[in-house]
Design a protein around this ligand. Structure first.
Ligand SMILES: [Zn+2]
Length: 290
């Protein structure tokens, strides 16, 4: 690894972890990158989706809002995209299992913008996480015909992915093109990609988060903000800062290779760690922390 762990404030992070009764893990895309899912990677994208790549898109980010020419191309791509990100094991689950071990025994909650459900899939408590941007494990009605028009995609994804013609990357069987069971309309991934996003499945998570945070603010709270950048800072990064600002006994540790800055007004209650989560967890483990 190209990191320089000896320059990281490992002892200070370990002390903050020891001190905390409650740990809020506030995780952004950097945690998915650590697991091997890099939305900017041309190499990963072109090797898995060579047919689409020849039409122009060069990485996963380029597929947001991509105008598919027809449903067979759209569902052929989506089925394999979801199979890769939600069903298949991640290339490297170590950053998640290491973080779980480092925070074991604490009152813990995960707030994340990632839709790959990797926290739940690597053993974090499903009742203590809020996936505010949705989940690749669900589909929804694109017309949002009803607040309950979302459904699990976990059975459909592998079946559809296996039926894709890899020479064309198309899903030619129309019976495998998902449709809304309520209105028969066009389906879409149940992730926040527009004002059509149906949040209903995640509202109970939000209520559990509020209740947990109310408890946590009566004790010693550590907000461990990891891999949150500036694509959607209002979802995780800024709320993480605001939670610490509002609570005198809370601390912020921001672990971020590219955007490690912390608000000056938090003073010594905020610690900036210019590294990936994977590098910091490894350095903490090596130091025998917490
Ligand atoms: Zn519908």
């Amino acid at each position: 690894m190209a990191e320089t762990p000896h320059r990281l404030p490992v002892a200070r992070v370990a002390e903050r972890l020891r001190h905390a009764d409650h740990v809020l893990i506030a995780a952004g895309a950097g945690m998915s990158v650590d697991a091997g899912f890099d939305y900017n990677s041309e190499r990963q994208f072109v090797s898995r989706y060579p047919v689409i790549a020849r039409r122009g898109p060069r990485c996963r980010y380029h597929m947001f809002g991509y105008p598919f020419p027809d449903p067979a191309t759209q569902w052929g791509h989506m089925a394999r995209h979801l199979e890769e990100l939600r069903i298949a094991p991640p290339p490297d689950a170590t950053p998640y299992t290491a973080l779980a071990a480092l925070t074991a025994g604490k009152s813990r909650f995960v707030l994340t913008s990632n839709a790959d459900d990797l926290f739940e899939r690597t053993g974090f408590d499903a009742d203590a996480l809020w996936t505010r941007q949705g989940s690749y494990g669900r589909l929804q009605c694109l017309a949002a015909c009803h607040p309950e028009s979302t459904w699990s995609a976990l059975e459909w994804i592998p079946r559809a992915a296996a039926a894709v013609d890899l020479h064309t990357e198309r899903l030619n069987d129309p019976a495998l093109h998902p449709a809304c069971p309520r209105c028969g309309g066009v389906a879409m991934m149940n992730v926040r990609g527009g004002d059509w996003f149906i949040e209903t499945p995640y509202e109970p998570q939000g209520r559990r988060f509020s209740a947990w945070l109310g408890e946590a603010q009566r004790g010693r709270l550590l907000v461990l903000d990891v891999g949150t950048g500036f694509n959607t800072p209002g979802v995780i990064r800024w709320p993480a800062e605001q939670i610490v600002a509002r609570h005198r006994d809370a601390h912020l540790v921001r672990v971020n290779l590219h955007h490690p800055a912390v608000p000056a007004e938090l003073g010594d209650r905020a610690l900036s760690v210019p590294a990936t989560g994977a590098a910091l967890w490894a350095a903490l483990e090596e130091a025998g922390a917490p």
